[in-house]
Design a protein around this ligand. Structure first.
Ligand SMILES: Cc1cc2nc3c(=O)[nH]c(=O)nc-3n(C[C@H](O)[C@H](O)[C@H](O)COP(=O)(O)OP(=O)(O)OC[C@H]3O[C@@H](n4cnc5c(N)ncnc54)[C@H](O)[C@@H]3O)c2cc1C
Length: 503
């Protein structure tokens, strides 16, 4: 054993022993691919291990309709200091802003005053009070204040008031992945990147970002120092105490790997599920607290393809507001349909529509059969759009629906700042803190969107964390000599404005 340890330290592969690397990256989503490719470009021997049969994690581009659709991350949210935007720019991939024109419909088939609804819904982005409050209480107050001041006639219209409040709650829940807008805090440190908030990879697909990082874009040869192992679930990560010992990674298929250090990029949902079995020794208390206190939200998409588009061509979003009388008539089993916020047109195809659903209701919809989901969604489109446009919504030619919560390798869509955040403001930093050996050297490092205090819940934020952890391991002088392809400096934090345009 002593000999094995010695050989591990000097980097010699022991005959018949586990394969040995400088660094193993667990998970090949945005954070993992950034970390793995950044390290491989510095000459380190890196192994990326991914449980699923594809690279991308919560970014998943799929051929659908007459083009592509995104089942996970869809837009580049801001341009300044964005790793995703910079990757596209530097490889001359045109990403284009989605026009967010919208029409709002009522459940009785009548069109709503889209301008008024938009203006009221914008209050979800108002700066919150100090100390922070629950988002729902705060935004309700702001909306009612606005109506009292500018449209007092509407105060008596209870149907309008309850309709707009339920609708804005759905918008908040879609943005955060929450089940109730009062789970979300008005505090927290989230910051938008400056610039356009809705740039689409359209017919290139978000997968291009990964091709660029892995040097496989346009038939590139890949990265010679990087081995990728798909369809391989990491079961246990054994962190050493002694500086001369390796980190050992055990996989469900029985394979074993050794490395100087491991970067773990699995989602917060997976950490919540697996924290007691994935790490040996068990995680320290601050990390366990962080895992318990941060919330993992759920946002699911149902994407329908049609022979050809039947909707209004120059509009991108169709949003739904239920009238109380109509909602009351919906059978209990179908109540989830009243929580679908609306439909949007993906930019990667011209004959598809995406319907959006979030929180606990999304988890429930994941358990329904595809046929049920399809039939109910078509009925919903007929009620809100077909009747107004005087068209019969045709039978979809195909359906794709996401199951981000049921997927054991994601267990949710992305994290949000909940009402506990003001009490645990450093929880994301605790999650990001590496586990060290007795000499203080980082041996198990943590990346992934949840570990990004300001840009969590995004592809660029996840990528920043992969870069952050790679840099923790890399000799700084190297970076100045061989800049990474989109710049060599950790990014500064921009100022706050709005957030995802679709939600
Ligand atoms: C529906 C939806 C819409 C979104 N929209 C946007 C958007 O428009 N813009 C935006 O910027 N962001 C968006 N996001 C968020 C964004 O996609 C994520 O924040 C980001 O992709 C997370 O990357 P990550 O590397 O942190 O984690 P992941 O992508 O989850 O990567 C972790 C990887 O670890 C793997 N893994 C898990 N367990 C194991 C194991 N035991 N062994 C080996 N591998 C394992 C997983 O399979 C996964 O591939 C959206 C997300 C969803 C779900």
């Amino acid at each position: 054993m002593k000999l094995r340890i010695f050989l591990c330290v000097i980097g010699v592969v022991v005959a018949d022993g586990p394969a040995r690397y400088d660094t193993i990256v667990v998970g090949l989503g945005s954070a993992g691919v950034t970390a793995a490719s950044t390290l491989a470009r510095t000459g380190r021997r890196v192994l990326g291990i991914e449980a699923q049969g594809r690279i991308g994690g919560r970014v998943h581009t799929v051929a659908f309709g007459d083009g592509l659709v995104e089942l996970g991350g869809e837009w580049v949210l801001g341009t300044k200091n964005s790793r995703t935007y910079a990757a596209a720019q530097q490889h001359n991939v045109t990403i284009i802003p989605q026009d967010w024109s919208k029409l709002v419909y009522y459940s009785d088939g009548t069109p709503a005053d889209s301008q008024l609804i938009s203006q009221l819904a914008e209050h979800r982005f108002d700066d919150g009070p100090d100390p922070p409050e629950a988002q729902g209480n705060f935004t309700t107050g702001k909306i009612l204040e606005d109506i009292t001041k500018n449209r007092p006639d509407l105060l008596k219209d209870q149907d309008f008031i309850s309709g707009i409040l339920s609708f804005v709650e759905l918008m908040v829940n879609n943005l955060e992945g929450s089940s109730d807008w009062n789970e979300v805090t008005t505090g927290g440190d989230y910051e938008d990147l400056e610039g356009d908030q809705s740039l689409s990879w359209h017919r290139h697909g978000y997968k291009t970002f990964f091709d660029i990082m892995l040097n496989t874009y346009k038939g590139g040869p890949g990265l010679p120092n990087l081995d990728l192992k798909l369809n391989t679930e990491v079961k246990v990560i054994r962190a050493p105490q002694h500086p001369t010992e390796c980190v050992i990674v055990e996989c469900s298929d029985g394979s074993l790997y050794e490395a100087d250090n491991v970067i773990v990029t699995v989602s917060l949902g997976v950490l919540k599920d697996k924290k007691s079995t994935l790490f040996s020794p068990p995680l320290p208390e601050d990390k366990q607290t962080a895992i318990n206190k941060i919330s993992m939200g759920v946002l699911d998409k149902v994407v329908l393809a049609f022979d050809q588009p039947w909707w209004t061509q120059n509009i991108s979003r169709f949003l739904f507001i239920w009238k109380e009388a109509d909602r009351k008539k919906v059978p209990a089993l179908d109540l989830w349909t009243t929580k679908v916020v609306g439909a949007s047109r993906p930019m990667g195809s011209s004959n598809t529509l995406t319907l959006w659903i979030s929180g606990n209701i999304a988890k429930e919809v994941e358990t329904l059969s595809e046929d049920t989901v399809k039939t109910k969604c078509v009925a919903l489109l007929q009620r809100f759009m077909g009747d107004t446009l005087k068209v019969t919504v045709p039978e979809p030619t195909a359906i794709l629906r996401t199951t981000w919560y049921s997927n054991p390798y994601t267990r949710g869509s992305y994290t949000f700042d909940n009402t506990l955040t003001p009490q645990y403001p450093d929880a994301r930093d605790w999650l990001a803190r590496p586990l060290t050996d007795s000499s203080g050297a980082p041996r198990v490092l943590f990346a992934g969107e949840a570990t990004n205090r300001r840009h969590f819940g995004t592809v660029h934020g996840a990528s920043e964390t992969g870069y952050r952890e790679a840099m923790r391991l890399v000799n700084k002088t190297y970076i100045t000599i061989y800049p990474i392809f989109w710049g060599d400096k950790p990014h500064g934090w921009p100022t706050k404005s709005g957030r995802w345009p679709n939600k």
